[in-house]
Design a protein around this ligand. Sequence first.
Ligand code: ADP
Ligand code: XUL
Length: 555
Amino acid sequence: MEDLSLPEGSLFLGFDTSTQSLKATVLDSNLNIVTTEVVNYDLELPHYKTESGVYRDPLINGRIVSPTLMWVEAFDLMLKRLQKKLDLNKVTAVSGSAQQHGSVYWKRDSWAILSSLDPKKPLVDQLRYAFSVNESPIWMDCSTTKQCKAIEEAVGGALELSKLTGSRAHERYVGPQIRKIYETQPKVYKDTERISLVSSFMASILIGAYACIDQTDGAGMNLMDIKQRIWSKKAIEVTAPNLEEKLGKLAPAHAVAGLIAPYFVERFHFNKDCLVVQWSGDNPNSLAGLTLNTPGDLAISLGTSDTVFGITKEHQPGLEGHFFPNPVDTESYMVMLVYKNGSLVREDVRNRCANRSWETFNTFLQQTPPLNGGKLGFYYKDNEILPPLPVGFHRYITSLDVNTLSVLEQEVKEFDPSSEVRALIEGQLLSMRAHAERSGMPNPPNRIIATGGASANNSILSSIASIFGCNVYTVQRPDSAPLGAALRAAHGWLCNKKGSFIPIADMYESKLHKTSLASKLAARAGTKELIANYAFVMEKRMEIETRLVQRLGRV
Ligand code: ADP
Ligand code: XUL
């Protein structure tokens, strides 16, 4: 048997440049958490004046961006804090997660700045003028509907693009975002020498050179051939001219991006042999951190966005789900659904109906009966991705007509506070179940592993178990993206040592239960009767949703 152990005493560091904060998790060689850290952008870097980490442009509908430099300054702060907590010299490998689909535009000649960082100065002072676009479009942006349509048309339709790249055109995807910059700011486009994803941007800083885009996060661009894992000539051609040279190369997620740059060795005392493993998207890293490795398992992440994801052996092109290469297995894919209205709309309802308190929110959830007496709600504080509906709240009271056995519905303006809370939670979960089933995800799943900030809420976990009809598990901490990044740092280090890919399960197989990756039961499946009743309500909800999309839908 090959020795797949990690060097005793070594540490593996994982970051997550997410929407609202930069997080870090450190694992030891037994894959136990040594420490975690977080820098909240709004609270700790208030001079950027972001709200929940972003700017919503009041003048351009759907334009949502984050200041690129804020991520850099958060990194300065994070490293300073980690240095106080740990001997960074013991870090054998580092990797990271980032919000998917955000893009960074490096100005001409910025490679020179990147490769000669002065260890006496913070990063923020040196990278201030390195970008041709100072505000990075992020995953919440939906200002590129026109570009999406043009790209889909040019390749022969939405399904064709989905076959080619793993997803139809989505407004937040980087291809449409690049096309918009090319169309609206051609000079800026011309002056851009490299385009990074947020993930490869952070890896670039760490290696002091432009890092490759990894094939998993790269699938979130509408530019990569999902089967061959190379840039698709066709998709590139219909997006913008001279694009391939600005994108650099693709690399597998388990590959080494490079050695850590001298800047970090001198300023923070990292070991000069510390490897930087390719960074990837937050959802793919969560998949790794949750040790999701059976096709029957599903994960639900309740962060700023809500996502549902699982593993599949086949790529089945469709119009709703997204397919990415599995970041820790070269043979399978990750399939995912994404909702823009996740935690921020839950906070909104909490503030309006439950005294700004999660405790009161949970009391309301517990006080109201499952199925909410037929009250159904659709809550979109931001233009939604799934379904493609604009900002707006829609509430219905449904009831069964016993004479005709049909379901009657009445649209209403408001619900009482506790029904509003339940309608919000049940509505999101019913939508997830319906769309997951439509996208061929397991029904019912073997089990669900929940993660993201709101997975700390047991009342929400119980609703997941009742609606999906399976047990719900959580891992030690709700932030699986930086945990997955630290795990991938260890995995990438091992693959590099062996000189070839090794299945990640081989790294932890027999001792998983002894590590911080072990999951624990958080909520038990609901009764068969309740699950069947939810299925009935789900059908009704989908009927109303289809009508809303026909009447108001964007794409
Ligand atoms: P991201 O990684 O996208 O920045 P997180 O996964 O860190 O986001 O989740 C942050 C969100 O978690 C916050 O917006 C907050 O609303 C939510 N959250 C934290 N605690 C709870 C709770 N007890 N119940 C519901 N939501 C919660
Ligand atoms: C995934 C997506 C979001 C971001 C959030 O497609 O858009 O989940 O990754 O960070």
